[in-house]
Each structure stands twice: as C-alpha cells, then as structure tokens.
Design a protein around this ligand. Sequence first.
Ligand SMILES: Cc1ncc(COP(=O)(O)O)c(C=O)c1O
Length: 463
Amino acid sequence: MSRSAHPAGPRHADVLPEGHYTAPPADLNTLDPKVWSRTVERDEQGIATVAGLRVTDLAEEFGTPAYFLDESDFRARCRAWAEAFGADADVFYAGKAFLSRAVVRWLHEEGLNLDVCSGGELSTALSAGMPAERIAFHGNNKSEDEIRRAVEAGVGRIVLDSFQEIVRVAHIAQSLGRRQRVQIRVTVGVEAHTHEFIATAHEDQKFGIALAGGQAAEAVRRALKLDGLELIGIHSHIGSQIFDMAGFEVSARRVVQLLAEVRDEHGVELPEIDLGGGLGIAYTSEDDPREPHEIAKALGEIVTRECEAAGLRTPRISVEPGRAIVGPTAFTLYRVGTIKPLDGLRTYVSVDGGMSDNIRTALYDAEYSVALVSRTSDAEPVLSRVVGKHCESGDIIVRDAFLPADLAPGDLLAVPATGAYCRSMASNYNHALRPPVVAVRDGEARVIVRRETEEDLLRLDVG
Ligand SMILES: Cc1ncc(COP(=O)(O)O)c(C=O)c1O
C-alpha cells in the first residue's frame, strides 16, 4: 500500500473537541505494560514484538485484522488465579470471554475449571478434553437439549436461573437416573460496573432469582425437595469490569444471609458459594486493576467474617473470571487504509476491521488504547478516532486516541486488551470474515482459530 503523509489535522490541546481523553501522552511509542500482554515490547528498530515475533512478520504471515493471543501470559494468569485462591477454592474460567479448544487444553493443564453457557461452549469444552466434573453450566434459558447433554456428560454443576429451570433440570436428571449437583443463581440487589456499584434498582434484569421478597428462599425450598437435584450452593454475579470490592462485599453479605436462613429453616448448611466474575482489567493506562491475590484475600476475608457473624461454617468459594484472565493477553492487529483529518474535530483513521471484530466500543462505549506498532514515530500527536470499514457511523474501535501526525496508509496499528469479548462477540456484519486467533509463544505462532473464508459464508447460505 502506498505511504503518504496526511494533511494536518487538529493537534493542539486548545483546539481539541470534547471526548474521553486526557492530554496526549509524552511519548506515543511507549507500550504501557499495564495494557499490553506480558511479552510485548519494541525491538531495536522500533517494531513491536510479541513472544519475540515482529508484528510486521505476523501481519505478513497471517494477514490483518487478526488477534494475537500470548499463550505464556494466558497460562501465567491462570496460575496466578489458581494459586491466589488455593486448594480451598475453585476458579472457573468464564468461557464466554473467549473459548477455543486450545484454550480449553491450557485451562486443563493449568488446573482451572470452566464455566460454559451454551451447548456450543459445552461441546468445545468436552471435545478438547475438559473433564465434565470441572465444568459449570450457566445460562438464563438453557434448552432441554442443552440440559440433557450437560447432565448426561456429568457436568460438575448446573447453575439454576429460574423456577422453571429448577423443575426442568430435576425432571431431566431424574429421567436419566441422575442426581445433578446444582447452584441457584440469585440476584442480590447489587449492580457493579467499573468503579461504581448500585445497591438499589437492580432486580430489573433477566438473570437469577431475586433475594428480595423471599423468592430465592422459595427457590431453595423447592430445589431441596426434588430428588433429581443436589443443591450445593448459591451463586451471584454482580457485573463486569469491576475495580471496587464494595459490590462484592454487599453481594457476599447477602448470599451468606441466605445461607443462614436456609440453615435456620431446613437445618442444612449449603457447602458452596460462587461470587461470579466481573473483575476489571486495564484497557487504558488510567485503569488500575487488582491482582488475583488481592482479590482472593479480600473475598476470603469478607466471606469468613460474614459466616462467623452468622455462626456458619465458611463455605467453599468459587469465582468465574473471564476478562481478567484472557482480556489482557491478546491484541488485535489492523492495517491502516485511509486517513481523514477533520478540521477542528479529529482525524478519522480507517482500518481493515471494525465493529465485526470488536463490538464493545459500539455496545458499551468501551474505551481502548491503540499504538502504531510497525515503526516508531516522533511526529506530533494528533487526536484520532480509529474506525472500521462497516456501514455504520458507530463503527468505532477506539473513540479517542493520539496517533502520530505522520501515520500513513499501510502502517500497522494494534489495539491491546482485546482477548475478552471481541472474537467471542465477532459477527459477519457486511459479510465480514471473522479474523483468526493466532497463539504466540516462545518465538512461535500458530493459528488456533482460522480466518473465515468466503467459502465458509457461502456454505451456510443454502438458499
Ligand atoms: C455468570 C457469569 N460469570 C462470569 C462472567 C465473566 O465475567 P468477566 O469476564 O467480566 O469476568 C459472566 C459475564 O457475563 C457471567 O455472566
């Protein structure tokens, strides 16, 4: 592709429009280790490398756009979570963040459990050898077929999400001559996102059974009566991209209160509680996520304290991090196609992907960082918006970022922290071909999910 510098766009703080940004960073070439996977750095020529591989070579071999997943970082994060929670607790990786057979094998080898929430995720997990007893099956509307397959496979737990499902799972388990281990997902009245949590106006959502009004207590009453079910505990998941432990504190307190009520009414101490996932990661340098050991310590202390106060034995705790494990371990590599400086506004940089490979910006107003990775540049920072090639003006990947003024078509940009909820939420909008996921480790790269082809699209189109 030809390289030509684009004409001047807005550059100085006094002419910048409103947006989600602070001042331009002192050095656009620095790859902040907070947001990039652990083996990313620049080589002596200024080209970014991951696991010792230059992004320019990776782009040549695998094309763009593509996700590059740092396997050693992924495994290190799995180990950090497993070690932080120790033998008395269980870590379930939330497969919805990103799942493939290679990932299932890594999880298995690193000793993690797996949370799945569809028949597709279940079959991926089983086909890659995850032992069924280490799988938790989630979802607010599991089909009878999905439930039957999960029970037949012998999954370690099904998380019940409604009164109908209590009966459905019990019935299916009984018809198969099984007693299925289950948890009940409750809505604790806390909704947490990023730095905030809301402890009111929360039951108005589709997941779980409300603690309020005694609904969860009634669900426990019903589940305990059914022969097909072995009720092992209570589950609560309060939100996503959470940095503040206050929401978990309220959630744990309310779940423990329910355990105490169950003990008082039924003489049963449920042995487990699951506090869900939702732990935040750094998408930009402004984010300050907690380390797994801090999270484990905080959750352990909260649950122990609440149980002591209620006179209960401390139950076995489990958690379900998805984003916090896979999110930081991948970046998406794009090639710049066109550049449009809009006077007094910002410069639009179009790349060869978009909302089909990262819907989070359009869906959640998510913030990302971006860097020029095929070279360094000392040119002036320009307020830019990185957009895709789809037929939507909301097709934005990075809303506000500073990129060098000499950015040109053909340059490679990388967006870090795209391991979670990007490939797993990818679509074929505009008949885009979903990008491959390439695992990199110790100087080697291998495709773990291949790029879609036009033949793949046409194969589904049977009209
Ligand atoms: C029940 C449950 N557990 C775990 C997760 C994983 O959340 P995260 O990837 O933010 O850790 C989710 C996400 O939606 C969830 O619904």
